[in-house]
Every structure is written in structure tokens, then in C-alpha cells.
Design a protein around this ligand. Sequence first.
Ligand code: MSP
Length: 519
Amino acid sequence: MNKQFYITTAIDYVNGQPHLGHAYEKIVADVIARSRRSLGQEVFFLTGLDEHGQKVQQAAVAEGKTPQAYCDKLAADWQAFAKKLELTNDDFVRTTDPRHKEIVQAGLAKVYQAGQIYKKTYSGFYSTKEETFLTEKDRRPDGTFDPSYGEVIELQEENYFFKLNAHQQWLIDYLAANPTFVQPDHRRNEVLGFLKNNELEDLCISRPAARLNWGIPLPFDKDFVTYVWFDALVNYISIAAAHGDPTVLSALSPSARTHPSPLYLWPADIHVIGKDIVKFHAVYWPIMLKAMGLPLPKQILVHGWWQKDGAKISKSTGNIVDPIAVIDEWGLDAFRFYVLRELDIGPDGNWTDAGFKSRYQAELANGLGNLVNRSLSMLKRYRNGVVPAKHDELAAAAAKVADETRALLKQNQLQSALQSIWGLVTRANQYVDQTAPFKLAKDLAQAKRLDEVLYNLTETCRVLAVLLWPFLPGTAVKIYAQLGLTGTPDKLDAATWGGLPAGRKIGEPAPLFPRKEDR
Ligand code: MSP
């Protein structure tokens, strides 16, 4: 069996509200997953939820629920959110799943046996709100700690630590030798810079169960639970193990029962994450994997953060974009289009309602929507909806864009691929204006020319549906249906010019992106 193309997203904190940032990351991963499938690869796409920790425990208590019941209710909302975004994820991990906990414990046991975990007494400052230890370095110039840490107490406590420090040079060498391990380049340079200029401190991976019990017990000391990152990051391998991945199983549970139909997933091809969690993925995670005897993921792909109207997205200030409300008002594909077209993977982005409306109007309604609607309406009106004989006037332009799109998708250049595809939309709209089929239709002597023009336009719409499928799946399917084609335009091979057979009768044209006033 072949190894699948394995792509993951960060797992969201279950107690947060799904917002623009979460939606963006999941859509980016979904477009990459769909693109690879369209290119003919077998893909496994994983997303899910991070459910342990003190905040969840406290929120559950405040609602008079058990933490599990509290998580179950929120998880249902997050799963509905994934459906709303039409994510094509193959599994949905929750860190409270027994299949996940089992692998976290197996991983910890292995690392402990390998002598990479030790116990020591910590004494110093601790933020109960952020569940984190603070050092003198965290003090502000006036000596206080940032108010976001809440109450800071002095604490003396035993905990388990994972040896990071001993692996620092190994990681520097690995990053230097593997320039695409962290992408884009400036993120890789940041990580290398950080590693070269700071000495890594060993990572505290436990909390006493007496203080925090909503976590996975350490397999070698039941008085402690696993602290977040040694739990959360492991989702990427625990789900591979749950599907019988032989690489993970042989490293972590050699005695595991054999799986009837194992998937070959690990190492992951891409972890898609936001810029705030690079250190965990590019520093802690590789060292954890090394200690567990597992290969490293091929790439960590880091996206930027969205703001709204130039300011931080924040529930408390009310500066939010509610993806569900936008989708309900404008449609999922309008939302997917805006975030992917507006922001390349890497830099930070800024959502404005005016920018959203302007792209909707110019690029979707007047660009793609108008092209498809007028092309198919003219075919209906002038040729009773029957596709004329093949003609190749726009074939070269379409082939060029299809080749470009294919190449860009292989490099995860989603924004550039959309730009290229819109080049074809614009070209075809110009073609309508230049050839003026509405004039040709008035002159019987121009019947053959009109046939040619109508074929070129209709076939361009079909090619566009194929190219757009990873980005705007609903729209692509609608275009296919309006062309009278059955099935889904989900294979890029179908973008080859001439796929539309002469003599076929198209379906009913209908606006893809109605103007707001028409709704
Ligand atoms: N639970 C951890 C991740 C564990 S991964 C093993 C976490 N959760 S989170 O809910 O806070 O964030 C989930 C993802 O959403 C992260 O990749 C984060 O960068 C991303 N975003 C959160 N806010 C964002 C924006 N405003 N813009 C873009 N992405 C943002 O961190």
C-alpha cells in the first residue's frame, strides 16, 4: 500500500469560539487536501480539538457540568463548524478520545524509559490563569507581570521535565540541512535565529493531579497529569496509530494488535499552523519525535494572523468576524474565496467588510458569475442549449492557466493559483466583448462563427469548474450541473481542453453569485 499524503491542522481549543482565524487555517488545509486529491494523490486530512487543561476544567465547574460533558457539547458545535466549511477531513481528533490518550501514554512511557524525562522541584512564579511558570525575564520594566497572566503566585512544586536542551545542536543542524522543513523561509530563519541565540530550557510536561485533574495521567506516576503540549502535539501520531500506521505502532506499541487495513500516514507531509505556535511545532515536536524514535514531519507550513479593520480580533472588544454569519449571508464559497484570495500563506491579513463586498462584486459576481451566466444563457438562447462542434480559439489560454494552476498547487501557492485562474476568467469575459456573440446572432451568415464562440465560452466554463474545485467546491459543482454534466469536477486531468462533447444539451443557467439586492 502507498503512503498517503497526510495533512493536519492545529487542533483548536474546545472552549474558544470558532472565529475567522480558525476557519482560515482549516480552509487552507482543505484546499491543499482537495488539490492533492485532484492531482491524483491519496490524501488523509486531519483536524480536531484540544480539550484538556485548567480552563476547560474551570469552565465546566462553573456550568455545573463534568469536563467531559462540557467538552462533548462544545465538540458538537466545532464538528458542525467543520461541516459548514465543507472540510473534507478524513478524521476528527478529540484529545479526550481513548485512542489518543493511549498513544500519549505510550509515547511518554517510551521517552521516560529512554531517560529523556526527569523529575525536579521547581520554585518560582506561576500564573494560575495561564497555567504557566514565569521567570524574571517575564517581568515588565516596572517589575510587574503582564495583567494577562492574572494572579501570579510563588510556588514550589515537583514536576516532570523533558530534556530539550540536550538536543539543541541536533535541531539546529536539522533545520540547516532541511530548508523546507519550516515554511515560509522567514519563519524558518526565525526559528534558527531563536535556537542559535537562546539556550533551550527543558520543558515542564506535567502538573500535579491534585491541582489539575483534567488531563492524561502520566503512565509512570499517577499523581501527575500530562501538561498541554505533550498531549496536544501527539494527536498527529495518535490518529495515525488509530488507523494502524505501522511506523507509529512499531515505535510506540510494538505489541499492538494488527490492524485489518492499515493506513500508511506517518510522517505527515504538512502540519498547517498559525505563527503563534511555531516554537511548539518546530522546536518541541521534532525533539519529542526524536525521543520517541519517530521520523519528523516533512513540513511545517506557517500562516499569518488575521486582524479586522486593522485591530486584533477579540471577543472582549467585539472586534470579530463571525464566519457562520458571513457564510449564511453570502454563501460558503464567497467566504472561502475572500480569505484565500486576500491572504497568501505567510503574512498577516486584514479583514474589512468593504474589501469582502468589493471582491464579491468584482471578482465573483461580475467576473466568474457573469461569465458563466452569460455564456450559458447565450448558448440556451441561440442554440437551444446544445453544445456546438469543438473549436480551439481559447484552448491555448486555458491550457496555460491549467498548467500554471497545477504547478502552483503542487507548491501550495493558493493565492497565486487563484490569480492565475482569474486571468482566464478575465480573458474569457474580454472574448465575449470582442466577439460580440449578441451581434453575430443577428446575422445568419455568421452562424458558424457564433458556434465557434459559443463552444469556446462553454468549454472555458467547464475548465474553470475543474480548476476551481479545490477552492470553491460548491460553485464548481454548480457550474458542472448547469453544463448538464454529471459527477464532480474533482480531477485536474479533466481540465484538458475539449472535454465537452458536441451535441450535449446543457442544464439550466442560474446566477452563481446573486447580487445582494436580488436576494
Ligand atoms: N490548541 C492549540 C494548538 C495545538 S496544535 C497541536 C491552539 N489552539 S487555538 O484554538 O488557540 O488556535 C488554533 C489555530 O488557530 C492556531 O494555529 C492559531 O494560530 C490559529 N489562529 C487563532 N487566531 C488566529 C487569527 N486571528 N488568525 C489566523 N489564525 C489564528 O493554539
